[in-house]
Design a protein around this ligand. Structure first.
Ligand SMILES: [Zn+2]
Length: 280
């Protein structure tokens, strides 16, 4: 006996051994209490309580489309639901990729929220986010947001929407209906937040540039100081070790003076024989 996903998928398709029915706009979904009620406390209460539904085994779903109910049932049996275009109309590419996709996940999220199916809420949020990121379309997003705020009480979905809105705020502010959602004053506040964020970003960029310049200046100064110290070290060593002038025609006992050459910011010290001026 197998209760794997494929087996359950086949059982829901045929309605075999069904002991419960979901009815939505004339569409019937023959389901099993053991599958449905263990995942939705709301449907469990309805079917097991003292309500009419517990006698008839039929639950009428009025607030959602049959296509949404179908996705919920699909999820209850196989743990996932396919993203499809609306079966009742001929879809265009845009319907499927943007607006249709986003709204579809919002509707699934709303039914999951309504029937308290937490894992379906999570899945629909995740699919909604993927749809936003895969095919961003500001108008479709605004339509989906309107749907989500009206249909679903899932605060976590609203948070996902707010996060995606923030990422794409520039394009959203170009859409009139977005202002309808957040209000005219909200739009003003948002525009000012963006201005301030951009100014802050510019300032941070400038500070980073200044820091990098100062850092390379300091590195150059440290390298110069190292070269000067090394130069002086070599002079001291020569004075210690040399007994006679290295010029064979001079051969005087080595007495030298220090000559300073190079740039003002990086002097170069050299020893010269006090007698023949020969550089050591
Ligand atoms: Zn000499």
């Amino acid at each position: 006996m197998s209760f794997g996903n494929l087996e359950l998928g086949r059982v829901v398709g045929s309605g075999e051994y069904s002991d419960m029915k979901l009815v939505c706009q004339g569409c019937e979904f023959k389901v099993h209490k053991v599958v449905v009620c263990t995942q939705s406390p709301v449907l469990a209460t309805a079917i097991q309580g003292v309500f009419q539904e517990s006698r008839t085994g039929i639950i009428n779903i009025e607030n959602f489309e049959p296509s949404t109910v179908s996705r919920m049932v699909e999820f209850l049996y196989i743990g996932d639901y396919a993203s499809r275009s609306d079966e009742t109309k001929k879809p265009t590419l845009n319907d499927i990729t943007a607006s249709g996709m986003m709204l579809q996940h919002v509707q699934v999220n709303a039914i999951a929220d309504y029937y308290n199916i937490e894992r379906l809420s999570e899945l629909s949020r995740s699919k909604f986010q993927q749809a936003c990121q895969a095919t961003w379309d500001a108008q479709s997003f605004v339509d989906a947001t309107n749907g989500a705020l009206g249909l679903s009480g899932d605060g976590a979905l609203h948070e996902v929407i707010a996060t995606e809105a923030a990422k794409n705020i520039h394009t959203l502010l170009e859409i009139d209906h977005f202002a309808d959602i957040i209000g005219e004053f909200g739009t003003r506040v948002l525009r000012n937040c963006i201005k301030k964020a951009e100014a802050d970003q510019h300032r941070v960029f400038q500070l980073r540039l200044d820091f990098e310049q100062e850092h390379s200046k300091r590195q150059a100064a440290e390298a110069r100081a190292d070269r000067i110290i090394e130069n002086i070290g070599r002079c001291i060593q020569t004075m210690r070790e040399r007994g006679f002038c290295r010029n064979h025609s001079c051969m005087a006992e080595y007495q030298c003076y220090i000559e300073r050459r190079g740039q003002s910011f990086e002097p170069l010290y050299t020893l010269r024989c006090a007698k023949c001026k020969c550089r050591d």
